[in-house]
Design a protein around this ligand. Structure first.
Ligand SMILES: Nc1ncnc2c1ncn2[C@@H]1O[C@H](COP(=O)(O)OP(=O)(O)OP(=O)(O)O)[C@@H](O)[C@H]1O
Length: 253
């Protein structure tokens, strides 16, 4: 499902958090959103999800203005995992993932075997099947994060918005979640702090002080000069002894 931001701006109490951001993410594409702390990544995610309304500009989902869709229509199309996502304590891991099916249920369409299958598949994808009966309050930060991602996957969205989905995860689960995200046929926007992980996405958008300052193929959007300028460090391409694809190496300027 295509998502498009047209000249998006967002201000709160006279402070501009996002200014004139335009970009389009094509069906099935994975776009990494990077930028220094406070550059506007979460703000842009919230605007794309419909959780916040732009002060100016429009968000179009599959060429339809988001503002014209009902909450339920949006929930059937867009899943978001926010940065400090948390949920009620007295609930099992499986119930959290089942919440992802809510937008699809109604009096005429109660829970069915198909819903159970989506939940099972989402739990498998994040390698959390064995945790399904556990109570939420007993889970670690990384386990909760994986379940939030499973909840979003169980929703079967056309657009997946993930705000720093790997920040609580060990390296195995960082790589496996990113691999899973890249292989999904779902359009995905993923905010990342690890620029080398961003390099593995289809395209990269760089935000700085609420403005879109680069957008394109990963190696082009994350060229060392761009990274150095907007993150205030010295970046360069490096290669390991195996001679695999180059990666970014950093040091303080
Ligand atoms: N409700 C608000 N009122 C005032 N300022 C806000 C509000 N919400 C966010 N901001 C500010 O807007 C800027 C952008 O915040 P945002 O969370 O979008 O950045 P980010 O790029 O996601 O940052 P991080 O990498 O630290 O998660 C920050 O300077 C933040 O302090």
């Amino acid at each position: 499902m295509k998502i498009e931001a047209r000249s998006l701006s967002f201000s709160v109490r006279g402070k501009t958090l996002l200014q004139d951001v335009s970009l389009a993410v094509q069906p099935g594409e994975t776009l990494a959103l990077v930028g220094p702390n406070g550059s506007g990544k979460s703000t842009l995610m919230r605007l794309l999800s419909g959780l916040a309304k732009p002060s100016q500009g429009d968000v179009l989902l599959a060429d339809q203005p988001l503002a014209r869709l009902t909450r339920r229509e949006i929930a059937q199309r867009i899943a978001i995992v926010e940065q400090q996502a948390d949920t009620a304590e007295r609930i099992t891991a499986r119930s959290v993932v089942e919440l992802g099916r809510t937008p699809w249920l109604s009096a005429l369409k109660p829970w069915s075997g198909e819903d159970t299958q989506h939940v099972d598949k989402a739990l498998r994808t994040v390698e959390m099947e064995e945790f399904a009966p556990r109570e939420w309050s007993t889970l670690s930060g990384g386990e909760r994060q994986r379940l939030h991602i499973a909840r979003a996957l169980a929703q079967r969205p056309g657009l997946l918005l993930l705000d720093e989905p790997t920040n609580h995860l060990d390296i195995h689960h960082q790589l496996s979640i990113l691999n899973c995200i890249r292989n999904l046929k779902v359009t995905t926007v993923v905010a990342l702090h690890d620029l080398n992980q961003a390099l593995t996405c289809d395209r990269v958008a760089v935000l700085s002080h609420g403005r879109l300052v680069a957008l394109g193929a990963p190696a082009q959007a994350l060229a060392p000069e761009t990274v150095s300028e907007f993150f205030g460090i010295k970046a360069r391409w490096a290669r390991d002894a195996a001679g695999d694809a180059p990666f970014l190496s950093f040091q303080l300027a």
